[in-house]
Design a protein around this ligand. Sequence first.
Ligand SMILES: N[C@@H](CCC(=O)N[C@@H](CS)C(=O)NCC(=O)O)C(=O)O
Length: 247
Amino acid sequence: MTTHGLTLVGEGFSPWTEKARWALDHHRILYRYEEYTPLLSEPWLRIRAGRGSGTISVPYLLGGDGLSLGDSFAIAREADRRGNGSLVPEDQIDEITTWNERSERLMRAGRARILAQTEENRELQIESLPSQLPQALRSMLAPTVRIGTAHLRKKYAVRPVPDEELEPDLAAIRAAIAGDPSRPLLGRFTLADIAMATALQAVRPHRSEPAGLLPAQREAWARPELAARWEDVLAWRDAMIRHRSEA
Ligand SMILES: N[C@@H](CCC(=O)N[C@@H](CS)C(=O)NCC(=O)O)C(=O)O
């Protein structure tokens, strides 16, 4: 297997990372995946990315040829370039950008919720620690996770997002699919579908994707009352993910 020197640095539980992975996988682009831990992994990522200052986030795509991309939308466009396009067709770029902005809003709402829950819940703190840490240390180190959540709160200016604020973006999906749970948002499968399907993790995660979302995290991302009002939209998301695994 050759990855052409591509490394994707990401967080296994993150919808942004999942979006980038889906776009790369869609084009069957091979890459090495590397798990990122906030704060701890940042210096090494900065060195390899050639970004000594400024904000840096994951997913981050690094290439042996100097490729250095730190945004899921940019990574998806790169995947499209390498894979001879189809996810971001030029004639639909404006609509796809609008869907991408909707997905960002949902994902940011998800981040606000999971950070708040992680600050309260010890099980979530333990799950958030790097997986290579031995079991005996995990319980002891659980409170240190709050250093990471405080850092992320500040970095992303996180504020609580009530359920109602998510509804206009969910209504946009409902209108676009018009009762057909397997209809792509723009009539053909594009990055709009990937972005929104992954972002719906902020309403209720899919039962098994992303695989890096651990059990307590999966429960904590869910907004059950909101999800109950948008089952048709969640069924559409499930159909998109089925389509991904069948492809
Ligand atoms: N607009 C960016 C947002 C990415 C983002 O918010 N990443 C967060 C969540 S995965 C992150 O890197 N968190 C860890 C950190 O900032 O250290 C994208 O689409 O890639």
